[in-house]
Design a protein around this ligand. Structure first.
Ligand code: DGL
Length: 268
């Protein structure tokens, strides 16, 4: 069977995964993507791991029915809570999303970095292993971004309330003289203009999405399932358990093209 023209699934708790999808379409212009955002059940990061895994299994079943050849888990919280299960349960490869703390720990000059993520992500096994291996002697300020995913899902990127939340999370990091902020949630790049306004130019912001997209392309090549047909027009379809109008609005912000958007309910 020729897998190369089969779709790639992209999943997130909501619209955050679009910050990964927009990088994927840059490096994989001939692929078909099926994006699934579970905005109706968002946020995930404050929910128990087994609840997330159960929900995500239903979503991946849906993608398997549509014959996806690979799934990009464009969500740090799903990666932390469920990727081991997904890899053991389905016969296709899964690409996960982790806060980019390894490069941050290697590059910091002030020996202090900040990590902004959801509670579930900060509990992640790989995250904590990387911290233990590379973080000796470095101050790591971890902060749960309470309320930020909700702000992004409401397309509120820089209201006074959102800026106040950001200030309360970033202020203490700046007081510790961080020189790198790691974004550990795929929703947060939507807040980057506001974050930059607070941090200024001297503090770098690390978003792993471009690296994850390049990794996905390499994996498809290695497995020989990358779409090589230059005449195959890339295409993306979008499914949301939340508001179709909202997803359409945010898609306009990240893409010049018109895309099909569907609302869907899942029964768990
Ligand atoms: N985009 C998800 C992530 O990267 C957000 C998690 C949530 O829904 O709380 O973790």
């Amino acid at each position: 069977m020729d897998l190369t023209t089969q779709p790639i699934g992209v999943i997130d708790s909501g619209i955050g995964g679009l910050t990964v999808w927009r990088e994927l379409v840059q490096v994989l212009p001939h692929e078909t993507f099926i994006y699934f955002g579970d905005s109706g059940f968002c946020p995930y990061g404050s929910k128990p791991a087994d609840t997330i895994t159960r929900r995500v299994t239903t979503i991946v079943d849906f993608l398997m029915e549509r014959r996806c050849k690979l799934v990009v888990v464009a969500c740090n919280a799903i990666t932390a809570s469920s990727i081991a299960f997904l890899r053991g349960h389905y016969p296709i490869p899964f690409v996960g999303m982790e806060p980019a703390i390894k490069p941050a720990l290697e590059q910091t000059r002030t020996r202090a970095i900040g990590v902004l993520a959801t509670a579930q992500t900060l509990k992640g096994r790989l995250f904590n292993r990387t911290k233990a291996t590379y973080g000796r002697g470095i101050t790591i300020i971890e902060q749960v971004g309470h309320g930020l995913v909700e702000s992004v899902e409401a397309l509120d990127f820089d209201s006074a309330a959102t800026m106040q939340l950001l200030q309360s999370y970033l202020g203490p990091m700046m007081a510790h003289n961080i020189d790198i902020l790691v974004l550990g949630c795929t929703h947060y790049p939507f807040l980057e203009p506001g974050i930059r306004r607070i941090l200024g130019d001297a503090i770098a912001v690390f978003n792993p999405a471009p690296a994850v997209a390049r990794h996905t392309a390499r994996l498809l090549e290695k497995r020989q399932i990358k779409c090589q047909n230059r005449k195959h027009p890339g295409q993306s379809n979008f499914y949301t358990t939340g508001s179709k109008a909202l997803l359409k609005r945010v898609l306009k912000m990240v893409s010049d093209e018109d895309h099909k958007v569907y609302t869907i309910e899942i029964g768990v």
